[in-house]
Structure formats: structure tokens, C-alpha cells
Design a protein around this ligand. Structure first.
Ligand SMILES: [Zn+2]
Length: 129
């Protein structure tokens, strides 16, 4: 992954901001220029909750080369405590120990590596809390 791409994706990578639609009140992630539910552009950026619960999860065994260092990994659909739904990796646990509704919190971890001497990309993951 190239530095300009990492810079462009910084708001998604760190899970700090989402959007609130002032028309339908939907909260969503990542930040976009319009509401993914009703297409309104009457939106504002909001700070996202950093804790939530597991709605769904699965094990990923095939992925891009820059993420193979971490494969297999668990990916989950998380509902943050503010109601925003986010997809992200769940780490520091075994899939056998995960349960629907389990509380999680965000952490800052390595997401990608471009080989032994390449760029390391950081971003958010979830861990049981
Ligand atoms: Zn909307």
C-alpha cells in the first residue's frame, strides 16, 4: 500500500469519525459525502464510540498479499455503542471464544505489511473488552 493511499484513508483506518444524516438520523462509517441510506447530503461528521458489541463474525483465510502476515484472521460486524455498524478485524481471541453480543473495544494495530522492508499500515481492530 502506498503512502498517498494510506493518507487518503486515514479517517477510515483510525475509526475516529463517521457521519450523521440530519434527514434520516442514520449514523454510518466510513465518512462519505452523502447518506448511504437516503442519499441526502445534509450530513455532519461525528465522533464514533470506541466500544460496541459483536453482531456477526467469520474467519478469513484468503486475502491480499499485504495482509497475509495476519491470515487467517477473524472479521466481524460490530454495532458501536452509538448505533453505528462497522466491519473490522477482531483480534487477541480465538473464534471459538467469540459470542454474538460480546462486548468489544477498538485498538490500534498493524493492518498491512509490504514485505520485510516495505511500508507498515496501521489501523483499528477490535478486541474483547
Ligand atoms: Zn439519511
Amino acid at each position: 500500500m502506498e503512502p498517498p493511499k494510506i493518507w487518503r484513508e486515514r479517517r477510515q483506518r483510525y475509526l475516529t469519525l463517521g457521519i450523521l444524516c440530519n434527514k434520516c438520523q442514520m449514523k454510518s462509517f466510513p465518512v462519505t459525502d452523502f447518506c448511504p441510506e437516503c442519499s441526502s447530503n445534509d450530513i455532519e461528521e461525528i465522533k464514533l464510540a470506541q466500544t460496541g458489541k459483536v453482531l456477526h463474525f467469520t474467519r478469513v483465510t484468503q486475502t491480499a498479499d499485504v495482509m497475509m502476515f495476519n491470515t487467517p484472521y477473524i472479521i466481524g460486524l460490530i454495532e458501536l455503542d452509538d448505533g453505528t455498524r462497522v466491519t473490522g478485524q477482531i483480534t487477541d481471541t480465538k473464534i471459538e471464544d467469540l459470542k454474538y453480543g460480546m462486548k468489544v473495544k477498538t485498538v490500534f494495530r498493524i493492518l498491512s505489511k509490504n514485505g520485510e522492508e516495505g511500508l507498515i499500515g496501521y489501523g483499528f481492530k477490535f478486541i474483547p473488552s
